[in-house]
Structures are given as C-alpha cells and as structure tokens.
Design a protein around this ligand. Structure first.
Ligand code: VG1
Ligand code: CO
Length: 544
C-alpha cells in the first residue's frame, strides 16, 4: 500500500461544539481542513488501531467525498476494518447501534444535523466512542489539542472505493464492508416495540399518520419501518428521498421548517398522528390532530407511560434531561420514585449515566429523546414509542397530553432563538447578565421572587468530571425559570437561546397558548438581558 505523509499546518478553529465540528461546506473543503481533523482523531484515539470503525453520514453535500478521504486515511492509520453504510448513509442512531452491535472501537458520522446543506450550507463531523455515544469532553478536548499542533497526516494513494454495492473489499490491509444502513436498525426497533399492535392500528382504516423526512436521512428508515414492516399507507412518509441539499430547506423538525406537515396536521381532515425528524435522524417532532407536543412534555409522557411498551415493561431505572429542558419529566420521576438527573446541553453528557445503568430514558427540549437501546438521541424511536402508545391507549395525542397535565400540572415552556447575531454583541450580553447574577438573588419581580441565579455547572456522578459555564439560570421560588445560553452548533455569528418555563396546576388554566401563559416571563427576560437593543432584533427568529 502506497502511503503519503502530507505536511500540513494546524487550524485554530477545530474545537468540536455541542455535537461535533460544524463549519460551512466551503470551509471544510479548504485544503487539509477535513484531513487535519480526521488525523487528530486517529492520533489521539489509539483504541481504533487494529480495530473496526463505523462510517456514514446524513447524505448531505460533501458526504460522499468525505467518506472517500476518511477511508484512505483509515487505511494509512492501521484501522483493521471500516464498515460503511451503503452510499455513505447512516443515521446517527443507526451508527450508534452499529458501533455497539459490532463491537467497533468507534464511529464517524458526517452530519451537521438540522443545519442547512448544499454547497453553500454546512457540513459536520462527529466522532463516537466504543459505547456508541458522542465522544465525551475528555475525548473532544484531546482531539482539539492535537489539531492545534498537527504537522502531518497520513493518507493512502488509492482508487476510489465503490460504496454503492454491498459486500467486503480491501484497501491495502484494511477491510471495507458496505452494509445496508437500515436493516439492523429496523430489527432493533422491532425488538423494542409491539409491532403487531401498531400494525393493527395502522391497518384498521380508522387511523392515519404522516411522517416528514424533510429530504434527509430518515426517508429510507421510515419507509422500511412504517410503510413496509408496519403496513402504513404508501405516501405516509413525506419527502422521503434524501437530497444533498435537503431540497433547499433546513432539515429541522419544528413548525417553522416542517411547514407542509404543519399545514396538513392543522388543516381540515388532519391525520391522527404526525411526526418529523431532522437531517441525521436523531430528533423528533410529535403532532396530534391540530395539536403540537412540546418536546419536554413528550419526554415526560414517554416516561410516565413506559410500562406500556414491551422494552420498558419492567420500569425505568431513572431519567435525565438537559438543564434547559422543562421540569415536566422531574414530576414524573417523583411519582415513579426514580432518580432524575439534570445534565448540560448535548447528548454526550447522558453517556455515562446510561452506561452506568442509572437511567433508561433521557431527552432534551430541542426535539431529542432516546433510551438505553443506543447512545444517541433517536428520532424514529420516539415516533414508534408514541405510535405504540397510541395503539395501546386508544386515545388521541391530545387526550394523552390532557390526561398528563391533569395529573402532573402543565409545564408551560418556550424557547426563543435569536440567530446569526454579532458574536461580540452576544458575548457582551452574556457577560453583562453573568455579572448581574449575584444581585438577582432574592429580588422581586412583581409577584415573583428570584430564589437563585447562577451559571450552571455539572459534576458527572460517574467519573467526577466537571463541566462549567453551561448556561445562565434565573430560578424563581415557584419553580419558574429563565435560562440563557449561546448555541454551540451554529456556523455563522452567534445564536442566543432563551428558555422560559412556568408550572401551572389550576385545572381551568391548562389550556392557554404557551406564549400568552409565559408573556410576563418573556418580557422580563427580554428586559433583563436588553435583548432587543443588543441583538438589534425586535423578535426571535425561531420560537419553539
Ligand atoms: C443544539 C441543541 C442541543 C442538541 C444539539 C445537537 O445545540 O440545543 O440540545 O444536543 O443541538 O443536536 P446548541 O448548542 O445549538 O443549543 V443535533 O440533532 O444538531 O446533533
Ligand atoms: Co440531529
């Protein structure tokens, strides 16, 4: 095997964010950029040597080229075998499952998730470790440190590898196996849920659903599982073909970006159940007929109904949510008598809790939910969980939520995103708020009193690792909260996220529009942080 050792110089912007390294495609295509980061992975992740690596992505522009580069670099870095999804495709949860199933030493997922794709869009690369989950901070910090001192990378001089036909071939001493990206994942789903009950529901003639794949990676997965294995009507899956530019849209499952699904679900004769997933298949949006389920509520409903699902029949060990996620699941954990952990934003913080057997379910307000079946959030899993629930409870999505609110109260919740704002303005806003925290303690705002105000810091209960600077929290005595943090997944400027929550138990006040129910807190947040003047925006770009 002919191997080139190529001289390079470090880039100072390869620090992975909330979920891998994300940059504009043009940036990733600049000379040595991708190669440097991949070599930094191989240099620091020694368990990969002589072992198997899983490789795939969400099919976005540059996915196929990146697969070729990584294969040639893997061959030059003593990887024993790379298993690649056919066509370079693997959803994030399917990659997580393959790593675990095959005992691979890690995986590389090429995705910028919900960020737009195409030549002018974004690209990303995530490294997952042997448990199938996103690399923890200790690993991403090591990769970053290496990227700052790298001087050369290794790459095989080789022909283009055919990734469009199944089977095993070799690249030098390294084996390359091309596998069906869907089959193992679909089998895993069949092992968790009651497919017979779901099939009966879908074929009863009295129930219809729509799933929007947003021209992203879940199309082939959803068609196989929903239409082929469960017998849902042809056409149940909308926008099923993965496209390199996602049809020009953001593959972000919310009512702003899944507009057509929203129109169907809030229109006349709407289906009973609607759902969508994101670019790499790890997020989910859940809709009933004319009804939106807040992701935080969805996590709570799944937790309180888990005993109705075959895989979770024996109960949950515990649950976890990211800090900005609403406290709805906390109330369920209290009722179930199980622990509830609060982690920083990003799936990597759930890994230790799952591996240590402390939790079974976990989720984030950003449309992410999953369980211990993989080590990533899993969009289709959440959709199937809901479908299984609908088949067992024989109630509508709305009825299930209303029952839940009567039992636990309603955690009114919203997130306001101010996108692509000037980075220095965003940092100044956060710095100012940070300096105000000590004075906020004990202050009264109308009828509300601030109980605590802090910068969230997390100590991992399993390995003792500390992650600080994870978001500014203003906590009120009645349990209401306002949280501010800057996004770690954007590629242009900064994105300010403001998370607002309030608990309501009065039975006659469970039916308000969340924006109205939270109006006073929203105004308080905007005033305290001087959002309008500092971001130069009258209103948020996205409200979820
Ligand atoms: C966002 C979400 C976070 C999620 C992350 C990755 O991060 O808020 O909850 O884990 O995206 O999801 P941030 O730093 O922009 O707020 V994905 O589906 O983009 O891999
Ligand atoms: Co995603």
């Amino acid at each position: 095997m002919d191997i080139s050792v190529v001289a390079t110089h470090p880039f100072n912007d390869q620090k992975p964010g909330t979920s891998g390294l994300r940059k504009q495609v043009s940036h990733f295509r600049s000379s040595h950029y991708l190669e440097n980061f991949v070599q930094s992975i191989f240099d620091t992740q020694t368990p990969l040597r002589g072992a198997e690596l899983i490789l795939g992505g969400d099919g976005r522009f540059f996915n196929r080229e990146a697969v070729q580069v990584i294969l040639r670099m893997a061959a030059a870095n003593d990887i024993r075998k790379v298993t690649v999804g056919l066509g370079g495709i693997l959803s994030t949860p399917a990659a997580s499952h393959l790593i675990r199933k095959r005992g691979a030493a890690g995986g590389i997922v090429l995705s910028a998730s919900h960020n737009p794709g195409g030549p002018n869009g974004d690209f990303g690369i995530k490294f997952n470790v042997a448990n199938g989950g996103p690399a923890p901070e200790s690993v991403t910090n090591a990769i970053h440190a290496r990227s700052l001192e790298i001087t050369e990378y290794r790459i095989a001089r080789a022909e283009h590898v055919d990734i469009d036909h199944g089977g095993t071939s070799t690249l030098g001493d390294m084996a390359v196996e091309i596998v069906d990206p869907v089959a193992d994942y679909a089998d895993l789903m069949e092992s968790l849920f009651d497919f017979d009950a779901m099939r009966t529901l879908l074929q009863s003639g009295a129930f219809t659903m729509r799933f929007d794949s947003m021209h992203a990676v879940t199309g082939p997965y959803a068609q196989e599982i929903l239409e082929h294995r469960l017998g849902a009507a042809a056409g149940t899956v909308m926008r099923p073909e993965p496209l390199a530019d996602f049809g020009g849209q953001h593959p972000d499952p919310n009512l702003t970006h899944a507009r057509e699904l929203g129109e169907v679900m809030f229109g006349r004769d709407a289906p009973d159940f609607g759902a969508a997933s994101d670019g790499d298949g790890d997020r989910n949006m859940i809709l009933g007929r004319g009804f939106f389920v807040s992701p935080s509520d969805s996590l709570a409903v799944l937790a309180s109904n888990a005993h109705l699902i075959p895989a979770y029949r024996d109960g949950l060990k515990g649950v976890a949510r990211s800090m900005p996620t609403s406290q709805a699941v906390d109330a369920v954990a209290v009722a179930l008598g199980i622990p509830c952990y609060e982690t920083p934003t990003g799936w990597k913080f759930f890994g230790n809790l799952l591996d240590d057997g402390r939790i079974t379910l976990c989720g984030e307000e950003s449309f992410g939910t999953s369980s211990d079946h993989v080590r990533e959030k899993d969009g289709l899993w959440a959709v199937l969980f809901w479908l299984n629930l609908l088949a067992v409870r024989r109630q509508s999505v709305e009825e299930i939520l209303r029952d839940h609110w009567i039992r636990f109260g309603r955690h009114y919740y919203t997130r306001h995103d101010y996108e692509e704002i000037d980075s220095s303005a965003a940092n100044a806003l956060m710095d100012r708020l940070h300096s105000m925290l000590p004075d906020l303690q004990g202050r009264d705002f109308g009828s509300m009193k601030v109980k605590a105000a802090d910068d969230f810091s997390y100590t991992d209960p399993v390995d003792g690792g500390v992650s600080s600077g994870q978001g500014l929290r203003i906590l009120f005595e009645d349990g209401a909260r306002v949280v501010f943090r800057l996004s770690g997944t954007g590629t242009q400027g900064a994105t300010l996220r403001v998370y607002i929550e309030r608990h309501e138990t009065a039975p006659d006040r469970l039916d308000q529009d969340p924006q109205a129910a939270l109006a006073a807190l929203i105004e308080l947040a905007e005033d305290l942080a001087e959002i309008r003047t500092r971001t130069q925006k009258e209103r948020p770009d996205v409200v979820t």
